[in-house]
Design a protein around this ligand. Sequence first.
Ligand code: PMP
Length: 402
Amino acid sequence: CFAHVQQAPEDPILGITVAFNKDPSPVKVNLGVGAYRTEDGKPLLLNVVRQAELHLVSDESRNKEYLGITGIVHFNKLSAQLILGSDSPAIAENRVVTAQCLSGTGSLRVGGEFLGRHYSGQKIIYVPSPTWGNHLKIFPLAGLEARTYRYYDPRTKGLDYEGMLEDLRAAPNGSILLLHACAHNPTGVDPSQEQWEGIRRVVREEKQFLPFFDCAYQGFASGSLDNDAWAVRRFVGDGGEVFVAQSYAKNMGLYAERVGALSIIVKEPAVATRVESQLKLVIRPMYSTPPTHGASIVTLILSSKKWFEEWKEELKAMADRIRSMRHELFNALKERQTPGNWEHILNQIGMFTFTGLSKEQVEYMRREDHIYMTLDGRISMAGLNSRTVPQVADAIHRAVVK
Ligand code: PMP
């Protein structure tokens, strides 16, 4: 029955690690995967996470009973406060429904499924071009048609703001609009606050779009949780409806624990109650209930003032190290007088730099120098350290001048 099954290609991002692991070279460098690494090139378990885990295992009152369909109630409240602000009127007015989901991906998928079933507007979701590749796979499976809007301008290596607004204005009224809340993946290009305002006016006043924020990097972009939530809070602050998918993979280093949340902000508390009831019907046949361990860690950290402060410090240290790698790589290319303008390495935001290297140059660097990145030229700045920067700069230089 299965002899006809064809060999599927590797995932374009996760497949890089597969290729990297097979490479026997002692000098290989993996800049493909979006996971934080220390200056020693090692994965980081945050100290505050370790403390919370120790607390969890030593607490004899805990058990492993099933959670409710939408997960830990306290976790949901704290997650909504983290992204919307603890003084958010939407929370106070009971207009926010939050469900603990399986990290960012699961939150997007559950949100997509809910929209596929219940959204009364156009079941079309506009995603930026380019975007995190999984968006284009998640939403069609949830019953939404995915289309793209212009976002990145390769000439300026910045935002194509005019092109974006033009595409949004040409889209059908009432479509869904996917926005990266901060630290856009893969480009590292975010709108300015003024541009966000322009986008918000088109969304609210001209097109009646439903904004769906994907927030996978809160705290990673600027080092400040509040700054990175600015755009989401502006959109929620105008009283309109908003979807937000949050992930704790990057900002708490909880990648494998799969902790995230979907929040749906509506206009009236009575609607929120009904939305929540339907959200449960979406989740129950997908995975029944979410897991408890990772969300318990997050709940402990967010609810303890001491641990929350410690987390913010550790988060800022990660963001700062990434920023310092931007400076080191930029300076290294300048020293080598590598042709081209590399200012975008400094200007882009978050974990990634969209280098502008072509597919051929990326393949050349992999073949000749054992340096791995996605074929679109995206490099994870978190994968760099002071030892590998010169090596990577040499390789970029050779790929550019060859
Ligand atoms: N959205 C974006 C833009 C991302 O970059 C990522 C992680 N690569 C995710 C969502 C989801 O990640 P996770 O499911 O691991 O939380």
